[in-house]
Design a protein around this ligand. Sequence first.
Ligand code: NAG
Ligand code: NAG
Ligand code: NAG
Ligand code: NAG
Length: 194
Amino acid sequence: MNHPSSISLTVFSLLLLISHNGAAEDITLETCRKSAESSPNLNYTSCVNSLQSDPRSSTANLQQLGIISMELSLRNATYINSYIKKLLNDRDLDDFSRIEKYLRDCSELYGDAISNIEEAIKAFDAYDSFSANIKMSAAMDSSTTCEDGFKDNNSNQNYSAVSPLVREDYDFFQLTAVSLAITNLVRHSILLSM
Ligand SMILES: *[C@@H]1O[C@H](CO)[C@@H](O)[C@H](O)[C@H]1NC(C)=O
Ligand SMILES: *[C@@H]1O[C@H](CO)[C@@H](O)[C@H](O)[C@H]1NC(C)=O
Ligand SMILES: *[C@@H]1O[C@H](CO)[C@@H](O)[C@H](O)[C@H]1NC(C)=O
Ligand SMILES: *[C@@H]1O[C@H](CO)[C@@H](O)[C@H](O)[C@H]1NC(C)=O
């Protein structure tokens, strides 16, 4: 540390968070606080709830929390994709003929999200937070693009369809927002320390 400034203090504490190897300190709340500060759309409560749902979080360092968060996103995307397939087989579903097309688009989007998260995990595991960030960002877009589909009025239809995936899209968005924020925290600490 050659720069005795507040920036280097931040770097120092972030590096501590990264290198600190479990044992004592639980950095979950601190990480969710920083993540919510850096991303206005990130819900602090749902960040804490999701990370704490994995018992490994209480002893994880920032790098490990990032992986945990990506694994939660992956599990969620896998669940949502099978939920969408179930909906697609339910022709009695309200408005089925109207929403079928949107559901098919969403299924493809969550399929893409699954591969993007798998690649993000590989990248982050290899300490490539830059690529992990890009892949998680693409995964996050699947939820918003899926949701936007239902609002898309086409010429012979007068109103947008009600999305049966509002809850799922929101949950997935939140999970990916946490992964994304953690890749940013790691990325910034690396950039600042160069
Ligand atoms: C944030 O998440 C919590 C827990 O999931 C939920 O109760 C709350 O409504 C959410 N807040 C917003 C602004 O959506
Ligand atoms: C998906 O994420 C939400 C929000 O964290 C959670 O409530 C839900 O249980 C998750 N589902 C799966 C299958 O991971
Ligand atoms: C759309 O629906 C509204 C309300 O049902 C109706 O007043 C309007 O004429 C419709 N517009 C078109 C273009 O069908
Ligand atoms: C679709 O139509 C509804 C009802 O007319 C309107 O409220 C909504 O803003 C439209 N959405 C888009 C994306 O144009």
